[in-house]
Design a protein around this ligand. Structure first.
Ligand code: UDP
Ligand code: MG
Length: 306
């Protein structure tokens, strides 16, 4: 029996693994002896996997999954969720930006009857202005265009109950945006606040390219608003086109000041512009429904049944 699993995605973290192990082990042992530390090596190019294997040899609670190449942070965590055995599962970064000591508080809060306790950043140290600002606005824009409650300023650092892990395992979507999927799953969720530390050693594995892809995954998985944009634009353009057409007709037949050919040309351009955008919008409506089907999420999640 495993009471508590800790999933740690690892991409080039050799400078952090020993300190992380020490701090995690101390916190987790105090909570329960029935724990496991599950490292997921996401194609690191440094000595991370050797270090992990040394810990596995010394400590039977340390397990690992070693990827054949770099698949990305969300996929690494997903692999961890697939293989974690605990009744409660923690996701934590390896770089000690998420203080392991908070797990004790999260665990306690979970025992008060919450299925998810996530850690919300009060502020974040040692990160560039650009990263902080883009992250801040990304979460706010996402929150405003989606119908589920995705918490602001929150990463994947959290504890969750087995029932949530089982829901996540039923979501076969290829583009993972776990923090959104967890909100989608429902149940009782709450948060604690913390100050995010600087990276202990090494440098970020999240390049801007990876961050942009992640942001787009989040938006496309949890909002169809961008797809519906064409319909909205189509209506606005059509109304504007109608008003302009009236002006064109007025100018030709009442004022008689139109250059020959201008009026007919204008009418065709305005009409086609509106029709095209509306048609793209209709296609968008179908695609948004198709993408929901392709995602193949469960239709509902049951808390209890008799
Ligand atoms: N990570 C990963 N695969 C990647 C990039 C990052 O498994 O392709 C891991 C990394 O080792 C760390 C966590 O994901 O444990 C968060 O990454 P990082 O600290 O580089 O991101 P940041 O905190 O800068 O957003
Ligand atoms: Mg980090």
């Amino acid at each position: 029996m495993t009471a508590l699993s800790v999933i740690i995605p690892i991409y080039n973290e050799e400078g952090n693994i020993p300190a992380l192990y020490e701090r995690l082990k101390k916190v987790v042992s105090a909570i329960t002896p029935e724990h496991e530390l599950l490292f997921v090596n996401d194609g690191s190019r440094d000595r991370s996997i050797q270090l992990i294997k040394e810990f596995t040899a010394k400590d039977s609670t340390v397990r690992y999954i070693d990827f054949s190449r770099n698949f990305g942070h969300q996929i690494a965590v997903t692999a961890g969720l697939d293989h974690a055995k605990g009744d409660a599962v923690v996701i934590i970064d390896a770089d000690l930006q998420d203080p392991p000591e908070l797990i004790a508080e999260m665990y306690k809060k979970m025992k008060q009857g919450y299925e998810v306790v996530y850690a919300r950043r009060r502020n974040r140290k040692g990160e560039g202005w650009l990263k902080k600002t883009t992250a801040k606005y990304f979460y706010r824009i996402l929150a405003s265009i989606t119908s589920i409650d995705i918490p602001l300023d929150t990463g994947d650092f959290r504890i969750m109950h087995r029932s949530i892990v089982d829901v996540l395992k039923q979501m076969p979507e290829q583009q993972k945006f776990l923090r959104g999927q967890i909100s989608w799953a429902g149940f009782n969720q709450t948060f604690i606040e913390y100050d995010r530390d600087e990276r202990h050693a090494g440098k970020t594995g999240y390049t801007y390219k990876k961050m942009i892809r992640f942001a787009l995954d989040g938006i496309t998985s949890f909002s169809t608003l961008p797809l519906k944009f064409a319909s909205a634009l189509g209506f606005i353009v059509s109304i504007a086109a109608f008003v302009t057409s009236l002006y064109v007709l007025f100018s030709k037949f009442v004022m008689h000041d139109a250059v020959p050919g201008w009026a007919s040309l204008m009418l065709v351009v305005l009409f086609l512009g509106g029709v095209q955008l509306i048609c793209i919008g209709i296609i968008g409506e179908y695609i948004s429904r198709m993408s929901a089907n392709v995602r193949n999420r469960p239709l509902y999640v049951v808390r209890e049944m008799k």
